[in-house]
Design a protein around this ligand. Structure first.
Ligand SMILES: [Zn+2]
Length: 73
């Protein structure tokens, strides 16, 4: 059951796709090995970078990935 109501693909931003990539590839907690199939990743941005954040529902360990936006040019 991976059907998600995210709207059509054209309306999806690259950032959403990047988050989906984390949700599909970074499902396993590095601390306890729990596989979170719900992909509880959140993303926040300050305009210069995006921080993807995940909290393991099993042990509470948090992981973060920071993605820098290329706004220089
Ligand atoms: Zn865990």
């Amino acid at each position: 059951m991976l059907v998600m109501a995210l709207g059509n693909v054209r309306g999806q931003s690259a950032l959403d796709r990047l988050r989906e990539r984390y949700e599909s590839t970074e499902t396993k907690c590095t601390a306890c090995g729990y596989v979170d199939e719900n992909g509880n990743w959140t993303s926040e941005t300050d305009g210069r970078k995006i921080v993807y954040h995940h909290v393991c529902p099993s042990c509470g360990a948090s992981r973060e990935f920071t993605y820098r936006l290329n706004l220089d040019r």
